[in-house]
Design a protein around this ligand. Structure first.
Ligand code: FAD
Length: 509
């Protein structure tokens, strides 16, 4: 058991943690960052390359003996490993998260989507929306190196046939579509296709990590923070809980090995503590600390306003559209059968039905890169969450429970059914029952949000109410949904919070 003392401690290295680390180090402050997953870059990247979707190795999966993806091949391993994609299973909901330095940025699709201004306002009524549109969203996009697919490339590459077909089918069904910016470099992707560089997005790499092309956080925010010389990252450090001390906080940590076994215990004392373990991780740390660390001053809102961003995975089986398509082909060369055997893993288009008050949703046109034509259209549909869930701590299992029942996802299922029905009516096809029982996966959550909400559990700048020098700047701040893929919003909110914290609590302007 060792004891350490630091000034500024950041728990978690996803979007919230990366922004906190960069802005603190740029203000001249030394920062120690704890991350339960691996630093994938260390020792020359010895635990890489990351796995692709078709032949995953044990570095794909966080401490389980088989892969846990919502679909695709299931691979089994001899040994558990601290792999990059985790699935946390609760009753009625399975939450996915990235593990390692970079958090979710290591495993996500890179879609950098700005929410609807009206919905942002509805979700955060106390924030100055114009300030976000003028400053924090542009800043987040710049730092994250967001770019857009060139139209001429999109229009002709076989790797985006699935998206072009998805768009034209959506138009036929009367929906509007939008092109979506991404942090995957499209310059790199074009070179992949031309065989000039090693393939990544075009070689089925994404949810188990991208070896090339994606500007994940270790290449942007975290890299910049390291370059200040003031950031020290401890990987394989899993925080259990913390408690208040005279001078700040004592944080109780298990150091684990790559099989997940505890090899050391540490108590790290700090003056300023930044919780950025993601919506589930941060909420769990707070609730566990309330129970074990006797931290009884948290606001009563802690654990409430949790949601899955209205995530539902759904798909359409297109086999019975074959006949229609063959007929169409004569007149429309862009509109051939199926979604293509070649598919980029990086989504770049979406169906925007947000203005429909009865059925507001945003559907990501997702790839299903099986390497063969599977005649299946896949969508991740994002919805409002009119009835959020709650998170509570269960001492009997030393874990949290997510209270998430049919009433919490009823609205989401209704919208997805409306969407698929309309698409099939216009284009042919049937709900893709092969993928999920009943064709809908409302229990798959890629976008956990909330649990320690801005302006409720914290003040309007991420300072935890009831305590001093205790901060949250991650997805836990966003109540239940934001209507689009969330990391751009999480980054913008973290930037906004850190600006105020650095200026007022650290007196650095
Ligand atoms: P995270 O990024 O989850 O970071 C939290 C970090 O804290 C993790 O590294 C974790 O290992 C660490 N941690 C947790 N608990 C502890 C602990 N007790 N001790 C130490 N460390 C801890 N969003 C988009 O906007 N666009 C997309 O295209 C997109 N695609 C996605 C695809 C997949 C497969 C998944 C899983 C998510 C996707 N997301 C996408 C969601 C996005 O990645 C998350 O919203 C985002 O990463 C959340 O950021 P965060 O900072 O709140 O937490």
């Amino acid at each position: 058991h060792t004891e350490e003392n630091v000034e500024n401690l950041v728990i978690g290295s996803g979007y919230g943690g990366a922004v906190a680390a960069l802005r603190l180090t740029q203000a001249g402050k030394k920062v120690v960052m704890l991350e339960m997953g691996l630093d994938w870059e260390k020792e020359g990247g010895k635990y890489k390359p990351f796995s692709n979707l078709i032949t995953p190795k044990n570095n794909s999966t966080w401490l389980k003996k088989s892969t846990q993806a919502p679909m695709m091949n299931i691979a089994h391993f001899n040994k558990k490993f601290t792999g990059v994609l985790d699935r946390m299973d609760y009753e009625n909901i399975k939450v996915y998260a990235g593990r390692g330095v970079g958090g979710g940025s290591l495993v996500n699709g890179g879609m950098a989507v700005q929410p609807k201004k009206s919905y942002f306002k509805e979700i955060f009524p106390n924030l100055n929306v114009d300030e976000f549109w003028d400053n924090y969203f542009p800043l987040a996009k710049k730092e994250l190196q967001v770019n857009e697919i060139p139209e001429d490339y999109y229009a002709q590459t076989p790797y985006y046939k699935f998206a072009r077909v998805g768009e034209s089918e959506a138009h036929k069904a009367g929906f509007e579509t939008v092109r979506v910016p991404n942090v995957y470099s499209f310059d790199y992707m074009k070179k992949e296709e031309a065989d000039e560089v090693p393939k990544s997005a075009l070689a089925k790499e994404v949810i188990y990590g991208n070896n090339h092309g994606k500007q994940s956080l270790e290449k942007t925010y975290i890299k910049k923070a390291i370059q200040t010389g003031l950031l020290h990252i401890n990987d394989l450090h899993r925080v259990n809980y913390f408690q208040e001390t005279e001078n700040g906080y004592a944080v109780f940590v298990d150091v684990i090995d790559t099989e997940g076994l505890v090899v050391a215990k540490k108590t790290i004392s700090c003056k300023n503590l930044f919780l950025n373990a993601g919506s589930i991780g941060t909420t769990k740390l707070l609730l566990t600390s309330r129970y074990k660390g006797k931290m009884n001053n948290f606001d009563a809102s802690l654990g409430s306003d949790w949601g899955n961003n209205g995530n539902i995975m759904t798909g359409r089986n297109m086999v019975n559209t074959l006949f229609n398509r063959v007929e169409n082909e004569a007149t429309n060369t862009n509109h051939t059968t199926g979604t293509g055997s070649k598919q980029s893993t990086i989504p770049v288009s979406g169906i925007d039905n947000w203005e429909d008050k009865e059925h507001s949703f945003f559907a990501e046109i997702s790839p299903l890169p099986m390497g063969v034509e599977v005649y299946t259209a896949l969508y991740l549909v994002i919805n409002k969450v009119p009835t959020p869930g709650t998170i509570s701590y269960d001492p009997s299992v030393n874990d949290i429970q997510i209270n998430w029942e049919k009433k919490n996802y009823k609205h989401t299922v209704e919208n997805a059914k409306y969407f698929i029905k309309k698409m099939n009516k216009a284009n042919g096809g049937t709900p893709a029952g092969l993928l999920w029982k009943g064709a809908y996966g409302p229990d798959i959550c890629y976008h956990p949000l909330g649990g320690a909400v801005l302006g409720k559990t914290t003040d309007l700048y991420g300072r935890v109410k009831g305590y001093k020098n205790l901060y949250i700047t991650d997805g836990a701040l966003v109540p239940a949904s934001i209507g689009v893929n969330p990391f751009l919003t999480i980054t913008a909110i973290a930037e906004y919070c850190m600006k105020e914290i650095i200026k007022n609590d650290y007196s650095v302007s």
